[in-house]
Design a protein around this ligand. Structure first.
Ligand code: FAD
Length: 431
């Protein structure tokens, strides 16, 4: 079922250059021995890979093992926090993938045995594989901030995995008194979606300005600059009085003492480098590392991320296991959903090529990333990446940032593009 014609295959985003250089792709769905791929994690990377393996070669048996029945996208979860979107609109299930012939298993993977090529689950099931794709997202470094751990996060949410954490933070913001303070503490690089903490600040600020205008947001940041820096600051000046005595937003940079050391939940206080800050609502986004299963499977380096071959995303530490998404070390690409989505397609194409006895094709990747300053005013950054001499490089002269000079019509278009991007990528991943 669902075998592609060569022409429709070429239309898939992020794969045009891959396919053009891959003569082996002329023959899809060849018969022969069964080829088994087990995908661990059904988020953006894993779900895309499972779907595209089936689309590229329907003779491959694909099993996707995902811990949860429903997936909540992190993208647009900040709009939920700002009250501009319902949480139901970021919820997706696996019926689309099932209809494409992916064997869906809801269970938690507890072990991957690279020698026996077996994946084991908490529920006691075992799945043999010829290739395994691991896309478990990120895990948090719970030892990094004194007083902040997984248990405390139920009260002081990170909301860096969407779903129940998003709900908790939204409820707290809604319940906060007018005149209250929201503390937001982003981590140092690298972490999942570099501009998202500042998008979050903007979305919450918009809500507060409308409903609790005497409130404040303080950002406690270990960094001295961040993604789309000038564009965010310009937007905060226009909407939230940034830089004035009456600003709704205060940004404490690393140089100004923004690194945080500890949390005192009882007194709702964060001890930062120089002084302490009290919040009515506190959102700590802890430092991150690869998902736990990547450590168990021996896929991680000393920094806690997974080194890979960029042509196929095969682990350089464990043969026949591929790592995609946020856990993979794919610098200079950021850890983002669009990157996970295009990387999944490159990985799937390499596996199909290998199964069919041809060489992994020449990959390229796209990343476009939208952020919102206020409803109807969005900004974006686009980058195209190519594979050269074993490395990922930015294609010179490609992509770019939204111009800093404010143009209302262009910004309104960017906001429309942002929502259209969300509709397209979620259909591409789960549809
Ligand atoms: C607030 C916010 C906003 C964002 N906005 C954007 C955006 O606008 N654009 C963009 O491109 N990116 C955005 N991102 C980043 C994007 O969400 C991530 O980069 C993307 O989800 C990474 O995909 P992944 O497959 O690596 O991980 P995930 O999508 O997190 O998927 C991992 C999956 O693996 C499952 N899993 C983990 N371990 C196991 C196990 N042992 N057994 C079974 N299942 C397991 C998890 O349940 C989860 O479903 C945003 C992130 C945040 C936090």
């Amino acid at each position: 079922m669902n075998s592609l014609t060569r022409r429709s295959f070429l239309r898939f985003g992020g794969l045009a250059s891959v396919a053009a250089l891959a003569p082996g792709f002329a023959s899809f769905a060849i018969g022969g021995a069964s080829r088994k791929v087990v995908v661990v994690g059904g988020g953006i990377g894993g779900a895309t890979a499972a779907k595209y393996l089936r689309l590229m070669d329907s003779s491959i048996e694909v099993t996707l093992i995902e811990a949860n029945k429903d997936y909540y996208t992190c993208f647009m979860s900040n709009e939920v926090l700002g009250g501009e979107r319902s949480i139901d609109s970021i919820q997706f299930d696996y019926s689309g993938l099932k209809a494409r012939g992916v064997n869906i298993v809801h269970d938690r993977v507890t072990a991957i045995d690279p020698d026996r090529r077996v994946v084991r689950t908490r529920g006691g099931q075992s799945f043999g594989y010829d290739r395994c794709i691991v896309s478990p997202g990120v895990d948090f470094r719970w030892d990094a901030i004194e007083g902040y751990d997984a248990q405390v996060a139920k009260k002081i949410p990170h909301a860096w995995k969407a779903g129940s954490q998003t709900r908790i933070l939204r409820r707290q913001i809604e319940a906060m008194r007018d005149g209250g303070t929201v503390l937001i503490a982003p981590p140092a690089n690298p972490y999942r979606c570099p501009p998202a903490p500042y998008d979050r600040v903007s979305q919450i600020a918009y809500y507060l300005k409308k409903h609790k205008p005497r409130s404040k947001i303080i950002i406690l940041d270990p960094k001295d600059r961040f993604s789309k820096f000038d564009l965010f600051l310009d937007g905060w000046k226009r909407y939230y009085g940034y830089g004035t005595d009456d600003s709704m937003i205060t940004w404490v940079s690393g140089a100004a003492g923004g690194s945080i050391e500890s949390l005192d939940v009882k007194n709702m206080t964060i001890q930062a480098d120089v002084e302490s800050f009290r919040g009515d609502v506190i959102n700590i986004i802890p430092p991150q590392k690869a998902g736990r299963i990547a450590f168990q499977a021996g896929l991680t380096n000393e920094q806690g991320w997974c080194p890979i071959d960029f042509r196929s995303f095969e682990s350089t530490l464990q043969p026949k296991i591929h790592v995609i998404g946020d856990s993979a070390l794919a610098s200079p690409m950021p850890k983002g959903g669009y990157v996970a989505n295009t990387a999944a397609k490159v990985c799937a194409a390499a596996i199909v090529a290998d199964f069919n006895g041809s060489r992994a094709p020449q990959p390229s990747w796209i990343n476009s990333c939208y952020s919102t300053l206020a409803p109807g005013d969005a900004i974006s950054a686009v980058t195209i990446y190519a594979y050269r001499n074993g490395r990922i490089v930015k294609v010179e002269g490609s992509g770019g940032l939204t111009p800093l000079k404010f143009d209302a019509a262009m910004r309104a278009r960017e906001a429309q593009y942002a929502h259209s991007w969300f509709n397209n990528i979620t259909a591409d991943v789960f549809g």
